[in-house]
Design a protein around this ligand. Structure first.
Ligand code: FES
Length: 157
């Protein structure tokens, strides 16, 4: 438990949400402005967030880390119910919808990790291996970019 975020509070202040999620208050305000999270206002006009907002913020943060555009994250969060705490079933729907995209991202990361010392078919012809893998840059006839490294299923960044 983060010292200043009691586990038994159903509602959190923006400071508590920031402390437990590890996301700055300014970023939380930005997420709210984008409609990714929501809060209610107290009579003193202070924000109060449902505790389940921590899961949404975690989802946003990790998804951004692996390069998923905020628009796609927003579209996924918009499928969650707004009038009740989402269940595992609700999150499973997102997981299923993202499965193929996440697989492609994993494949892209693995290729980057495992093949950076090989010829990546980018047209540079700068490695000795290029002569074997990409003589006369013949891979360039298949299209632009690093032909042996790119995962086709991923949206071009
Ligand atoms: S690494 Fe660029 S063409 Fe081989």
């Amino acid at each position: 438990m983060t010292d200043d975020v009691p586990w038994d509070h159903d509602e959190l202040t923006v400071g508590e949400l920031a402390a437990r999620s590890g996301v700055r208050v300014s970023a939380l305000h930005f997420y709210e402005k984008q409609g990714l999270i929501s809060s209610r206002r107290t009579s003193g006009n202070q924000r109060r967030y449902q505790r389940e907002t921590l899961r949404r913020v975690a989802f946003i943060r990790v998804s951004q880390r692996v390069g998923i555009p905020l628009a796609d994250i927003g579209a996924a969060l918009a499928t969650l119910p707004g009038d009740r705490t989402p269940t595992a079933k609700d999150w499973r729907r997102i997981s299923k919808a993202w499965h193929a995209d996440l697989d492609a991202r994993i494949e892209q990361l693995q290729r980057l990790r495992d093949h950076l010392t090989d010829c990546i078919g980018c047209g540079c012809l700068s490695l000795r291996k290029c002569r074997l893998t990409n003589p006369f840059d013949e891979l360039g006839t298949a299209g632009p970019g690093p032909r042996t490294l790119l995962v086709e299923d991923l949206d071009p960044a």
